[in-house]
Design a protein around this ligand. Sequence first.
Ligand SMILES: Nc1ncnc2c1ncn2[C@@H]1O[C@H](COP(=O)(O)OP(=O)(O)OP(=O)(O)O)[C@@H](O)[C@H]1O
Length: 234
Amino acid sequence: MTPSSCAISLQGIHYAFAGNTVLNALDLKVESGEVVALLGPSGCGKSTLLKLLAGLLQPQRGEIYFGSQRVASANSMLPPEQRDLGMVFQDYALWPHMSVAQNVDFPLRMRKIPLSERQLRVRTALDRVGLTEMANRKPSDLSGGQQQRVALARAIVAGPQILLFDEPLSNLDSELRETLCREIAGLLRQSGTTAVYVTHDRHEAELLADRIVHLSFGAVSAIRTVTSSSGKST
Ligand SMILES: Nc1ncnc2c1ncn2[C@@H]1O[C@H](COP(=O)(O)OP(=O)(O)OP(=O)(O)O)[C@@H](O)[C@H]1O
């Protein structure tokens, strides 16, 4: 597979924190529209890998391609806002002083999209996550699950090519985790967005991923394709 035939290509990635190697000669390719779950023991480098994709860290060796565009190497780095991606974190990372609608609108304002189109897109995104009625509330007036839905709406509102998830459901109770996981899986399939989803939870990974990638000792140790019979929503 050439870099341009897949949505994401990591080639020979090396990353160390102050001399402690976390990722070592890591190779991984993600096809367009594919959902990949990253599993592995605590500290194996899952979040580090996601930060490299997001442009929050720069690889010390190796290259990262999005399609045919090289977005990072030891000598070059495309900033996060130019990577056409959305991110959802464990701690929601919402702006507390902004309403739900203003939070969701934020990426559109950053892209200087006209007001009328922004309003339409915010309404559509809130509708897709079932939060239309909450548009004027502040994040502090919402439950954890609702806050994570806001974060999801904010991640999808600009229609990014790639979505990155860093344990988005780990702060929620198990019943809500399963519900939201199925909702995220539905949204990803509907939109055909390429996604990388970091989780500790094998069941979550099976519910939404096309492939499960195991990391250990700084590299990919196993890759498994998920069939619908093993749990994935179809
Ligand atoms: N800013 C940092 N400075 C120094 N070391 C760090 C830093 N961030 C992460 N590390 C170390 O890098 C390694 C990989 O961390 P990372 O957060 O990528 O792991 P993870 O697989 O996501 O873990 P978890 O499942 O517990 O979230 C760990 O040993 C961690 O202690």
